[in-house]
Unconditional design. Structure first.
Length: 321
C-alpha cells in the first residue's frame, strides 16, 4: 500500500515542491489549506488532481486533530508558518501563535490521533541569528534576532521535547535559506530576480532594498525538500542542518541576477531604509557535514544556476503578463 504523507503549508514554496517530490516516490499526498476569500493554489495547480486537500488552520486545534485522525498519515511535514522575518516585528503575537504554538498544536494532533506517524518540523537557520560560531552546525547555540527566530526556537525545542517525552519520531530540520522561481516576491532573492527581469523588459525603473551587506547561505528549494524526506527515512529520529556551506552578500546576489540580463546592478539598485530591520542577522553559513555523512545529502544546484533559473522564469512570466 502507498505511504501517506500529510503536508501543512502545501500552498507555500516548500510544500508545493515536497508534494511533487513525494508523488514521484509513490506517496498518497494530503495537504492542509486554510480558507481564503480568493484561491491561492497557484503553486499546486499542476498537481491539484493528484493530491487531497483538507481544510485546517494552525490556530484551530480541533481542525488539526480531526485532520490527522481522518488521514492517518505515515509521515507529517509541518511546513506551515508565518515565514517572513520582516512581518514578524509587525505581527509578533500572530507569528508566535502560528510559528511557535502551531507546532505544539500539530504535535498534539499527531500524539492524540496517530502517535506512530513520523513528524518533520521546518526549523530555520534564523535560530542562529547573531551567530555564536561559524559555520553553524547542529550543536551551535541559538541566538535568534527576530520574533520569527524566537518562535522557531520554540518550535525546535518542543519538537525535541515531544521526541524525548513521548518517544515520538519527531525531527527538526534546520534549513538555511532556500529559494526558487516559486519564492514569495517579498523575499530578497525573488524581489531582485523579479526586478531584474522587469527592468530588462522596460516595465520597472529601479528596485529599492535595505541592507546589502548581510550574507546568506542560499540553496535551491527543490534540493532541500529531498533532505526533509531523507530525515524521515532514518531508523532513529535526529536533527540536521541543511545548507550549501557557501555564503554570499545581498550585493553579490544583485550582481549575479543583473548579470543574467546583461545589466549593471549599480545603475538600478537603490537603498531605502524602510527595508532595513530593527535587528539584523549579518552572516549565515552552514556546516552540512552531518547531513552529508548520515543522510547522504548534498545540494545539486549552485547559487549561480539557481539565480539564472529564477531570472529566466521571471523573464518568461513577465514577458507574457
Ligand atoms: P511560505 O511562506 O512559502 O509558505 C508558508 C505556508 O504556510 C503557506 O502554505 C501558508 O498558507 C501556510 N500557513 C501560514 N499560516 C498558516 C496557518 N495559520 N494555518 C495554516 N497554514 C498556514 O514558506 P516556505 O515554503 O518558504 O517555508 C516552509 C517552512 O519552512 C516555513 O515554516 C518556514 O518558516 C520554514 N523555513 C523556510 C526556509 C526558506 O528559506 N524557505 C528556511 C528555513 C525554514 P497560505 O498559502 O494560505 O498563506
Ligand atoms: P531571511 O530572508 O530573513 O533570511 O529569511 P529574506 O530574503 O527576507 O532576507 C535576507 C536578507 O536580505 C536582506 N535584505 C532584504 N530582505 C528583504 N526581504 N527585502 C529587501 O528589500 C531586502 N534588502 C536587504 C535582509 O535584511 C536579510 O538580511 C528567510 C525566510 O525564508 C525564513 O522563513 C527562513 O527561516 C530563513 O530565510 C532561513
Amino acid at each position: 500500500m502507498a505511504k501517506k504523507a500529510l503536508i501543512t503549508g502545501i500552498t507555500g514554496q516548500d510544500g508545493s515542491f515536497l508534494a511533487e517530490f513525494l508523488l514521484t516516490k509513490g506517496y498518497e499526498v494530503h495537504g492542509m489549506t486554510r480558507r481564503t476569500s480568493t484561491m491561492n493554489f497557484e503553486r499546486i495547480k499542476n498537481i491539484i488532481d493528484e493530491i487531497e486537500l483538507h481544510p485546517g488552520d494552525l490556530l484551530d486545534q480541533h481542525s488539526l486533530t480531526m485532520m490527522v485522525k481522518e488521514v492517518q498519515p505515515d509521515e507529517v511535514y509541518n511546513l506551515a508558518a508565518q515565514s517572513f522575518v520582516e512581518t514578524s516585528w509587525k505581527q509578533p503575537v500572530l507569528t508566535g501563535e502560528f510559528t511557535a504554538m502551531g507546532v505544539t498544536k500539530m504535535l498534539e494532533a499527531v500524539r492524540l490521533s496517530k502517535p506512530d506517524a513520523k513528524f518533520y518540523q521546518a526549523s530555520s537557520s534564523e535560530m542562529f541569528g547573531k551567530v555564536q560560531e561559524t559555520p553553524q552546525k547542529e550543536t551551535t547555540p541559538f541566538y535568534p534576532r527576530s520574533p520569527y527566530g524566537v518562535a522557531k526556537v520554540y518550535g525546535h525545542w518542543i519538537t525535541v521535547n515531544y521526541r524525548e517525552s513521548f518517544d515520538m519520531f519527531a525531527v527538526s530540520g534546520i534549513l538555511f535559506n532556500h529559494e526558487s522561481e516559486r519564492r514569495g516576491l517579498e523575499f530578497v532573492t525573488r524581489k531582485v530576480t523579479h526586478a531584474a527581469a522587469r527592468i530588462k523588459l522596460g516595465k520597472q525603473d529601479f528596485v529599492e532594498l535595505g541592507n546589502l551587506d548581510s550574507k546568506r547561505d542560499w540553496g535551491y528549494a527543490k534540493d532541500y525538500v529531498e533532505a526533509m524526506w531523507l530525515m524521515l527515512q532514518q531508523d532513529k529520529p535526529d536533527d540536521f542542518v541543511i545548507g550549501t556551506g557557501q555564503t554570499w552578500s545581498v550585493e553579490h546576489l544583485c550582481k549575479t541576477a543583473f548579470d543574467v540580463v546583461g545589466l549593471n546592478y549599480k545603475d538600478y539598485v537603490k537603498i531605502n531604509d524602510k527595508f532595513k530591520r530593527p535587528a539584523e542577522v549579518d552572516l549565515l553559513v552552514a556546516d552540512p557535514s552531518k547531513a552529508n555523512k548520515v543522510l547522504g545529502w548534498k545540494p545539486k544546484t549552485s547559487f549561480e544556476q539557481m539565480i539564472e533559473i529564477m531570472v529566466k522564469s521571471d523573464m518568461e512570466r513577465e514577458a507574457n503578463a
